[in-house]
Design a protein around this ligand. Structure first.
Ligand code: NAI
Length: 492
């Protein structure tokens, strides 16, 4: 049985990053993936949706017009867009594979199950069984370096450490009768070959809103059905309302506080029956009501790995589970289900296995939602429990007062920053507007270095850029934004 320093289960952003980092740390690594490397993010999530998003955004500029241009005719071919999306995905997936191979990581294509846990005290490795297609990298640098065995065979390997990074899948509930044809999840919607005339989206969270924006731009009549009273209910209330207004202005129908009774497919599409008795017909129904954890059939229960009350794997600050030598990363542990958080988790596990005691810290974790214009957030936001004991100020700056935004015809949106009254530290920011996720990246860096209002003010920003919105919003929290009229500050 071949022995490894680390066996990584799952080849998504948590797993493959842990493998790449651990290989840099000089470890002998095996990575087991039952589907394609890159996981949800590369194959069915972040990346393919961003291809569709950017095409939809381009279409929006053509439709809504750009000052000075008269575009008489334009057309698009959705199948070509899907082909381009597939091309981007396969480029990135093969990039991950090449990187792993270049670092001598052994790639196994199969389903893993932990047979026994490592016994650190007695220096005994854990054993992992791999079932199904076995694709092992023999580290040659030619194109046939994967010894693919398509037989339904089994293989056992052993490892001193195991990193579980198996991610999550779209949540399904029986009465929604997901048939993967007309009633679909975010996995299937990325591969439909034509734009549906109309689409009903169940769940107006992150995935629901991103697809509502995309299919609305491509011409579908979109209806969103949300159980809670607001869309994007976990975001800042102002952002949720602003996004709602934008989506409605684009003719997306949003029904909140509704309960779906059941969904049934008919010949041409599907019918969504609401508890009120109302029925909604749609060519496609997208169910985006959250995600479930891929923690079954991994042998976790059998070897005694502890789960929390939500079914997530319990880990300490080093991402180690209750069993020494077994680590877990990504969607299956605490924290939000985000690709970059998963990769961060992978690095934390990898560094701790290498003996560097690094503690994870999720308090300065940015995230983005790609509606048009996009949303970005980092740290605390108004309404968060943690703010109850902190005296803070709010600063705002609007895109309409930024030269670059006007030049780009992107005057819609605002950035809102929270600063702590006592220290002047920036403790959170959220906003919606062109390139907002990039603006949030700057604030994330300032927060990472414990930056204050003065740090933002004295960081020189190139002009003209959208980034000038950052110091303006930060300074506005003390009434000192340069390009904002504030009657209180004018000395008579
Ligand atoms: P979500 O938790 O963001 O939203 C699900 C929505 O469905 C909620 O608003 C919920 O109230 C609603 N809902 C639940 N049951 C319902 C029902 N029976 N009828 C109607 N509405 C119902 O989950 P979503 O959108 O599926 O996304 C899953 C995860 O993927 C999120 O945790 C998100 O962080 C991550 N993600 C992140 C992205 C990004 O960072 N840009 C993009 C896409 C997903």
């Amino acid at each position: 049985m071949e022995n490894f320093d680390i066996c990584v289960i799952g080849g998504g952003p948590a797993g493959y990053v842990a493998a790449l980092k651990s290989a840099l740390n000089g470890m002998k690594i095996a990575i087991i993936e039952k589907d394609k490397l890159g996981g949800t993010c590369l194959n069915r999530g972040c990346i393919p949706t961003k291809v569709l998003y950017s095409k939809a955004k381009f279409l929006n500029s053509l439709k809504s017009g750009v000052s000075g241009f008269h575009i008489d005719k334009y057309n698009y071919n959705y199948e070509d867009i899907i082909s381009y999306k597939d091309e981007v995905v396969s480029t990135l997936v093969s990039g991950v594979s090449k990187l792993l191979k270049a670092r001598n990581v052994s790639i196994f294509n199969g389903t893993a199950c932990i047979i026994s846990a490592p016994d650190k005290k007695n220096n005994i490795s854990g054993v992992i069984k791999i079932v199904a297609k076995i694709q092992e990298n023999n580290n040659n640098n030619n194109n046939n370096n994967n010894n693919i065995n398509d037989k339904n065979s089994e293989l056992e390997i052993s490892a001193s450490n195991i990193i579980v990074a198996t991610g999550s899948s779209p949540a399904m509930i029986p009465v929604f009768h997901i048939d993967h044809n007309n009633i679909i999840t975010s996995d299937e919607i990325l591969n439909i070959k034509s734009v549906p005339k109309n689409i009903a989206i169940i769940g107006a969270g992150v995935i629901g809103c991103e697809f509502a924006n995309i299919f609305n731009e491509f011409g579908s009549k979109v209806t969103m059905l949300e159980l809670l009273p607001a869309i994007l209910s976990t975001e800042d209330k102002e952002i949720s309302k602003f996004t709602n207004k934008i989506l409605v202005s684009k003719d997306i129908e949003i029904k909140t506080s509704i309960e779906v009774d059941n969904i049934s497919a008919d010949g041409k599409g599907a019918i969504v029956s609401l508890k009120t008795g109302e029925k909604i017909n749609a060519e496609k129904v997208l169910v985006s009501i959250g995600r479930t954890l891929n923690t079954n059939n991994l042998g976790l229960k059998e070897i005694g790995v502890e789960l929390d009350f939500k079914g997530k794997i319990k880990t300490d600050v080093h991402n180690e589970t209750n069993i020494a030598g077994i680590y877990a990363c990504g969607d299956i542990i605490d924290g939000p289900m985000l690709a970059h958080k998963a990769s961060y988790d992978g690095i934390i596990a990898s560094e701790n296995i290498a003996g560097r005691k690094i503690e994870k810290q999720y308090s300065i974790l940015p995230w983005s939602i790609y509606v048009n214009p996009p949303i970005g957030t980092v740290g605390l936001k108004e309404g968060d429990k943690e703010l109850e004991n902190i005296k803070y100020r709010v600063g705002r700056f609007s895109y309409g007062a930024n030269g670059m935004a006007l030049a780009m015809e992107e005057k819609e949106g605002f950035l809102k920053v929270l600063t702590e009254e006592k220290t002047g530290k920036i403790i959170g920011a959220t906003g919606i507007g062109a390139d907002m996720p990039e603006l949030i990246a700057e604030i994330t860096a300032i927060m990472h270095f414990n930056g204050t209002i003065k740090d933002a003010e004295f960081t020189i920003h190139s002009h003209p850029t959208l980034s000038e919105i950052v110091p303006e919003a930060v300074l506005d929290s003390i009434g000192e934004a340069i390009h904002k009229y504030n009657p209180r500050m004018v000395k008579k």
